[in-house]
Design a protein around this ligand. Sequence first.
Ligand SMILES: NC(=O)c1ccc[n+]([C@@H]2O[C@H](COP(=O)([O-])OP(=O)(O)OC[C@H]3O[C@@H](n4cnc5c(N)ncnc54)[C@H](O)[C@@H]3O)[C@@H](O)[C@H]2O)c1
Length: 357
Amino acid sequence: MSIRLGIIGSGGIGQVHAQAASDAGHPAVVMCDLDGDRAAEAAAPWGSEPMTDVDAMLARDDIDSVVVALPNCLHAPMASKALAAGKHVLLEKPMAMTADECQQVIDAREASGRILQVGFVCRFAATVQAAMNFIEAGRLGRIYHVRAAMYRRRGIPGLGRWFTTREKSGGGVMIDLGPHLVDLVMHMTGRPEVASANAVSTSIFGSPLYDYRFTSMWAGPPDRDGVFDVEDGASVQLRFKTGLTASLEMAWASHLPDGTLPDGVTIFGEQGAMHFDIWGDHLVIGTEMDDQQVDVKHMIAEGEGWGTAFRREHENFAANCLSGTAPDASGENGRGVQSVLETMYASADRGESVTCS
Ligand SMILES: NC(=O)c1ccc[n+]([C@@H]2O[C@H](COP(=O)([O-])OP(=O)(O)OC[C@H]3O[C@@H](n4cnc5c(N)ncnc54)[C@H](O)[C@@H]3O)[C@@H](O)[C@H]2O)c1
């Protein structure tokens, strides 16, 4: 038995979802996008039907579930509309632009009784799943600190377009890469409540630097008349009510050669410490046994690396839809992550540490 999927948004990640849905055994019935050419191009490899009218797609009885892969400002309204139309929803990260918007989507889920899953795809990385096994087996003991980072050398997603326009995106790198990092920290440590955030953000690589000096730098052609009013780098300290601390570093762009700083997660526990690159093929764990320091290198099974995370996310989503199981990556988790992001933005905007009530 298979779900009958429509993918709303046929841009960068919509196309990744189309591949993953096919790999998971339920290829998209419809690829929808306002841009008809893009929908047609994205639909072709899977024999999906291209559509440009989302309302017409949501009215179809032969579609029971959708992926929402749209600009951030459309996440809450589109997910709520799809739920109201009786569809199960896999909603890309960030769940919405604000925690209040997240609540609106949760309310729509409650009214519809359908599945709402948030696209925290990093949870489906083989490295993260292996790390969770070690953590749940108690190998690290009590976790007291997590460091998580994502650095890109050339990775501003569409300079001058919606990603770099705060009104449409809600922010820059903190709301783009931040949901992955914040969710991983919370997911791997039992979802503690945040106590305070101290965030410093930078905006270095927009106009006029781009115009004059770094023309080879950006992903996709820039819109030179577009807006760049968001941060492209951030450094964040989080304290949680359990005593856990976390340190997050992220950059859309830098001059650092890729891989110079590990793009990944380091977890410090009282009985052991662990590091892994989210996109990598192994974990390193340091611990002590019989008064001896022990280093363990755990390899991910061949062929099960990062490239399969979206497929696993789709397998999980389909299984949840078919069985009516509430997803682990729930709306409540999404709202919790969004609250942390809001606190980070409040701190960066005010230039001071912000304490949560
Ligand atoms: N999980 C991940 O790792 C990951 C990676 C990339 C992007 N994302 C998220 O996915 C979302 C989309 O990102 P993207 O990189 O694909 O963006 P994109 O700009 O490449 O694609 C967005 C698409 O939505 C279409 N669109 C806009 N308004 C529409 C509407 N009202 N109806 C139908 N189509 C409409 C656009 O024409 C475009 O094709 C963002 O929220 C982003 O944060 C997640």
